[in-house]
Design a protein around this ligand. Structure first.
Ligand SMILES: [Zn+2]
Length: 107
């Protein structure tokens, strides 16, 4: 299953990160992009009851998570169900409120 979660890594120093950059933040090397596996561990989660805009207000309450991807980076994502901290997750980018957002589920 494709995750659609795009990461970048530096071939020179092997640092991996989530937000697109033109240069490696550690050594300045030229990064390459790749797709994450979608496997992650739950670092933190919360329930959003006061959504940031009208579109998300229709979804509230909904869960937000910080997920540690197996490739290293920690990303913010939506979470489909309650899960304990440290739980294994699987996720992929889905359309939520008309936007491409990573959605994770307990594995
Ligand atoms: Zn580097």
């Amino acid at each position: 299953m494709r995750s659609g979660i795009l990461l970048q890594r530096c071939p020179a120093c092997e640092k991996t990160w989530a937000f697109p950059r033109e240069r490696c933040p550690d050594c300045g090397g030229a990064p390459e992009s790749f797709e994450a596996s979608g496997r992650a561990t739950l670092f933190s989660a919360t329930v959003v009851t006061r959504a940031p805009d009208e579109t998300f207000r229709a979804l509230a309450p909904y869960r937000i998570a910080l997920a540690d991807l197996e490739e290293g980076p920690r990303i913010m994502a939506h979470l489909s169900a309650e899960a304990p901290i440290g739980a294994p997750l699987t996720g992929r980018v889905e359309e939520i409120a008309g936007r491409p957002i990573p959605l994770f589920k307990p594995a």
